[in-house]
Design a protein. Structure first.
Length: 424
């Protein structure tokens, strides 16, 4: 990879890690909000769902803008906005401000995926390697966010922790303003034999320039294969949000007191009072997901992605059904189940990302990125509200059983994709 490619990959990796650091720190804070503001899980679930929904809904217009304007500038604006949103969150004195802060975070976070993925595709000659590093950085943020947030909460109030989480965005913006690269370098190289082509203007002019053109491009994109792949993405998004949003709170109901089991802190010490073992188990589950991502990526090179999707969805059904019975069996069965669950949950991501590539035309990838994250993060955010509602009207076991229906539907769609589209 040349210097230009390395610079772009580093830039997008930093942004991707920060997006997911914020995203997965929110469920850790949910546990505190539930107790401090005496609100129901349905209320908090809806508040969080709005922010997560905007994270996805904004991906479609962001994808369109990424085809026409500097993706570098878009990513910088996204980083600055996410930092400002968590600064607002640190000043919250009620759920209304929390709702506003999370909504603003969702809007600014939605910029990253369409802009960064477009930037890698046009600026990095070895784009496959660039996408791989970009994904790895996201996984680190997914694990890093909950771990750091939980650790800081041992010592500081949640509002101060929210303020401290602004620092990564500030540092990332400072780095981004000094990074130098050509956004369109890979497009130049693709059409020439020379290695010394003149730098291209970073402004873009591709993509639909009217509503009619947008609708026409969308109709061309939505073949049967792409529509089924989008349904798979949607099922994954609903299950992902539904399971993860309240998981730290759910885990806390099945874990023993930290001082009583491990003797790490004195039973009545302030550290023992603030230490939340569930948050660390949650962070560990997300960390194991990095290995799941790796294995899922390897599977995409060895089996049809639709078959792999069907297999992983089926495994998620079984794990969702068994999760609570295993949790009730004791600490170590729960730890083992959490590790397996994290591995399988994240192994599906490379598979559905590969499916979108398989079932979309190369010249429609920017638009396909927008629709993908609209479905996964936008519509999929309904899973947070659904889980919050279920936890309020039924048991935790009942909630997991209902949520198991989502990957069951995903497995059916994946099998249809395999039998109807792939076989043809």
């Amino acid at each position: 990879m040349n210097e230009n490619g390395r610079s772009i990959v580093a830039f997008t990796m930093v942004s991707h890690a920060i997006v997911h650091t914020y995203e997965l720190s929110i469920p850790i804070l949910v546990v505190i909000w539930l107790s401090e503001f005496s609100v129901t899980t349905a209320t908090i679930g809806t508040i969080v769902a709005v922010g997560y929904a905007l994270f996805g809904i904004g991906a479609l217009p962001s994808g369109l803008l990424a085809d026409r304007y500097s993706t570098r500038s878009m990513v910088v604006v996204g980083l600055a906005g996410m930092g400002a949103s968590f600064l607002l969150l640190s000043a919250a004195r009620g759920t209304a401000t929390i709702a506003l802060a999370l909504a603003l975070w969702g809007v600014f976070a939605s910029v990253h995926h369409p802009a960064s993925l477009s930037l890698i595709s046009t600026g990095v000659e070895e784009s496959g390697t660039g996408f791989a590093y970009h994904g790895m950085a996201g996984n680190l943020g997914i694990a890093f966010g909950p771990l750091v947030t939980a650790s800081l909460l041992i010592v500081f109030d949640w509002r101060l922790v929210s303020a401290l989480l602004v620092a990564p965005a500030v540092l990332a913006v400072a780095y981004a303003l000094t990074a130098e690269f050509d956004e369109m370098a890979a497009v130049e190289v693709a059409g020439t034999d020379a290695d010394d082509a003149e730098p291209a203007d970073d402004d873009r002019s591709a993509g639909p320039d009217s509503l009619g053109a947008f609708l026409a491009d969308s109709r061309a994109l939505f073949t049967l294969g792409f529509a089924l792949a989008m349904a798979v993405v949607l099922m994954n998004g609903v299950f992902y949000r539904g399971i993860l949003t309240f998981l730290p709170d759910v885990l806390g109901g099945y874990l023993p007191d930290i001082s009583g089991v491990f003797g790490v802190f004195a039973p009545d010490s302030p550290m023992a009072e603030e230490f939340d073992l569930a948050s660390y188990l949650y962070a560990g589950l997300l960390t194991v997901g990095i290995a799941g991502q790796y294995v899922g990526g390897k599977l995409t090179d060895r089996i049809p992605v639709s078959a792999g999707l069907a297999a992983v969805f089926t495994a998620l059904v079984a794990l969702a059904v068994l999760f609570i019975p295993v949790a009730e069996a004791g600490l170590w069965p729960l730890v083992a189940m959490s590790a397996v669950f994290g591995f399988v949950l994240f192994s599906i991501q490379p598979l559905y990302q590969a499916a979108i590539a398989v079932y979309s035309p190369p010249d429609g990838r920017g638009l396909s990125y927008g629709y993908t994250y609209l479905a996964n993060f936008g519509v999929g955010a309904a899973g947070a509200a659904l889980a919050g509602y279920l936890l309020g009207v039924t048991t935790v076991r009942g909630t997991f059983l209902v949520l198991a229906l989502v990957p069951a539907a995903g497995a059916v769609v994946a099998l249809v994709l395999y039998s109807v589209v792939d076989v043809e």
